[in-house]
Design a protein around this ligand. Structure first.
Ligand code: AMP
Length: 130
């Protein structure tokens, strides 16, 4: 039975989804500029940066959005946020300030259905976001 045809229980998600771009990056089949290569979490530069620092932090396993990741309840969301801060420190933007964004759903502009935190910084940012 193919992964996406399995009956899913709450909090269960396939570890890797064949057609998922970010699963491809996590698996090394799709090239990316990695800035962090962890056991459960990786980070890589956004291919279309919106700020001098624009890094995406993702779990290796496939969760469609941040709510699904939170419901997994195994500390992976905490780990991802901790790594996002470490990326900000390494990029030299932790003290000046950075934005951590989880676009969630269509109207928020989520275009890739594998949860990712945008770490954005290196320039002053306006509020509200567009
Ligand atoms: P979102 O619109 O919040 O789903 O963010 C998806 C992000 O992925 C966008 O900022 C894209 O620029 C970025 N992106 C798409 N394809 C790639 C890729 N192959 N490598 C790195 N970043 C990518």
């Amino acid at each position: 039975m193919r992964g996406r045809d399995r009956i899913r229980s709450p909090g269960y998600y396939d570890r890797s989804v064949p057609e998922c771009l970010f699963c491809g990056i996590a698996g090394g089949e799709v090239p990316a500029t990695l800035v962090l290569d962890g056991k459960r979490v990786i980070a890589f530069r956004d291919v279309n940066p919106e700020a001098p620092t624009h890094v995406l932090v993702i779990p290796r396993d496939h969760y469609p959005n941040v709510a699904a990741l939170a419901s997994a309840g195994d500390g992976l969301l905490d780990e991802l946020v901790t790594h996002a801060h470490e990326v900000a420190v390494a990029e030299g933007i932790a003290d000046s300030g950075y934005r951590l964004v989880f676009n969630t759903g269509q109207e928020a502009g989520q275009t890739v259905g594998h949860v990712h935190a945008h770490v954005l910084g290196g320039r002053p940012m306006t509020w509200p976001p567009g």
